[in-house]
Design a protein around this ligand. Sequence first.
Ligand code: NAD
Length: 517
Amino acid sequence: AAPLSTAAASWLAEGTSSPPRVRLLIGGDFVESKATEHVDVTNPATQEVVSRIPLTTADEFRAAVDAARTAFPGWRNTPVTARQRIMFKYQELIRANMDKLAENITTEQGKTLKDAWGDVFRGLEVVEHACGMGSLQMGEYVSNVSHGIDTFSIREPLGVCAGICPFNFPAMIPLWMFPIAVTCGNTFVLKPSEKDPGAAMMLAELAMEAGLPKGVLNIVHGTHDVVNNICDDEAIKAVSFVGSNTAGMHIYSRASASGKRVQCNMGAKNHAIILPDADRDATLNALIAAGFGAAGQRCMALSTAVFVGGSEPWEDELVKRASNLVVNSGTANDADLGPVISTQAKDRICKLVQSGADSGARLVLDGREIVVPQFEDGNFIGPTVLADVKSDMECYQLKQEEIFGPVLLLMKAESLDDAIQIVNRNKYGNGASIFTTSGVSARKFQTDIEAGQVGINVPIPVPLPFFSFTGSKASFAGDLNFYGKAGVQFFTQIKTITQQWKESSPQRVSLSMPTSQ
Ligand code: NAD
């Protein structure tokens, strides 16, 4: 495939409008919105406005849903092998355009190019998984449930489904959603994050090139209004959401009130428990990578390290390694971490760090004043470490959402039991990891910890697509998780068929409940 060129992209409006406007995708065409209101997409390293998204009008939203509804009958009756073949082609096109996609992510979201590449790659793996839909969507069959009677179940697509995305994984999260949904035979309306829609648009362009028929994938832009339209629309049967708890719980209740299936992956506060017997070097590197990678803006970032016996023996080396990280524009070859998404996010993170220090935590590394040469306007925060953090401090935010910045909190526990209790008291349950060389401790942790994704000497235990992303407690609402078997179940409904084929013989009519003997 010819690499995508952002300048000539059909997803950006042509002409002289500066900044360029991002188009909608309706019925297979990238169209300019008639909306008069826009949201700027800003490069977080420079504050340059790189594009603008329209607040999709009600008529345009209607047209997108109608296009998906119209495309559904033909698409659901397309053989699964043909749908799979489009995914085979799609994965090839994504591979050929990895660098362009990563560049766009770095420009709009800020993460380093290498990290952005990983963002695309983790999404690509879901597309690869969707290539096996024929097996994934298989039903079940029991022969001879009664005389001459067989029962079988088939997994059928739901109809029009929708996805609402967050800013932190602009490629991976759209790819968690629509490839599985459409390969199951559904049609889709996607709303990318208003902060970084470019990767989703490029991915949509590639999906069209791979042969996805017109109307199977549609894209609308906006914020609250378009989200509420998605929740309320009767033609939409299922909603996939990833983002904060505020938005997620609103969407969960509003969309389920109109009878939809909803899956919401939400906020997190991921803890690591470090036992004194842990491998020192590997553990320190894991804490640094998972605490500060992507500037702490991963839903599976490790934001709190609970040291059994206290953090003092670890602090000097932790601070040394964290201080050696290079904070720079994500485009710089040497960058370990880039900026956070917005000036508001930076202000909020800095305030939380200050409140930690004011309430008695020790600020052992303070990255708030960092200035990056040539990128003085960027939303940079250097790695920051607060020690002696207690769970009632605002910076730990037991009841609120995560800090979502390059800030690692260190806590002390007296024992493994005490550490597990600290983690379990937190309302979130996305991920938790233990670092130890004791199998007995690891097994106890695995059994007693209340988190959906558990790492044993693994800092970011995000499952590959043959498993599911299994956040729990306040990190998830719904009952069928993203991708894996549950993902296919979410985007399909079961029809159970009971059939009788036998030679007819004269029988007395019976009005009693049929039973199988
Ligand atoms: P966000 O909730 O602000 O936005 C997510 C989406 O919801 C966006 O498309 C936005 O337009 C929409 N939205 C926001 N507020 C809304 C409202 N009040 N009503 C209707 N729609 C609304 O989230 P974000 O800041 O883009 O993403 C960061 C959050 O996402 C973090 O909390 C992070 O933990 C979470 N996240 C979770 C996972 C996971 O798998 N658990 C993965 C990635 C991100």
